[in-house]
Design a protein around this ligand. Structure first.
Ligand SMILES: [Zn+2]
Length: 176
């Protein structure tokens, strides 16, 4: 959590823990995920259904992990992300600010759940066309599919005390 929204959603399957953990494994977990991200979503975002969340997640996993490993993006994944992004109309409006005015984005959709989904799809578009796109990595630990933005070029693990630590222990025991 804390990566761009699109990466957070793609990272909701944790393969490197035993048993594997799917943070969107059922309706309750799906609601919990969206509630955790609530403060990062625009007003008036609603909670997407489990099936809509899973459909966007699979497209983001394909798109982001493909790009992180240098593969050409798959057409179906691009189409799905674009389609979800377009469900919401985002316009800019003027609002008062002290003695002047400032701008504020206004999000509109026929279903408020689409605002949450579109915000995630748009975060993928922003991220992949932004200055940090080249820093996207998949964790170097075997079996771990977690992705992150490596602001430090040397970073290889999703978490230093999770995968990073497991790898250090494994390397140490191989040397014995
Ligand atoms: Zn990892």
């Amino acid at each position: 959590m804390g990566e761009p929204l699109a990466i957070d959603l793609a990272n909701t399957v944790k393969l490197a823990v035993d048993p594997q953990l799917d943070l969107l494994g059922d309706d309750t977990r799906n609601a919990a995920f969206w509630s955790l991200e609530r403060h990062r979503l625009p007003e008036p975002a609603g909670v997407p259904s489990l099936s809509e969340s899973l459909a966007l997640r699979s497209a983001l996993q394909s798109l982001l992990s493909g790009i992180a490993s240098g593969a050409a993006p798959e057409a179906w994944a691009l189409e799905r992300v674009n389609e979800v992004a377009q469900r919401t109309r985002v316009t800019t409006e003027l609002v008062p600010a002290e003695s002047s005015v400032t701008t504020k984005p206004r999000w509109q959709a026929s279903d408020v759940a689409d605002i949450a989904l579109s915000a995630v799809a748009l975060s993928a578009i922003d991220f992949l066309t932004g200055p940090n796109a080249g820093r996207l990595r998949v964790c170097a630990a075997p079996h771990c599919s977690m992705m992150f933005v490596a602001m430090n070029a040397k970073r290889r693990w999703c978490t230093a005390n999770g995968c990073g630590n497991r790898e250090r222990v494994a390397r140490h025991s191989r040397q014995q």
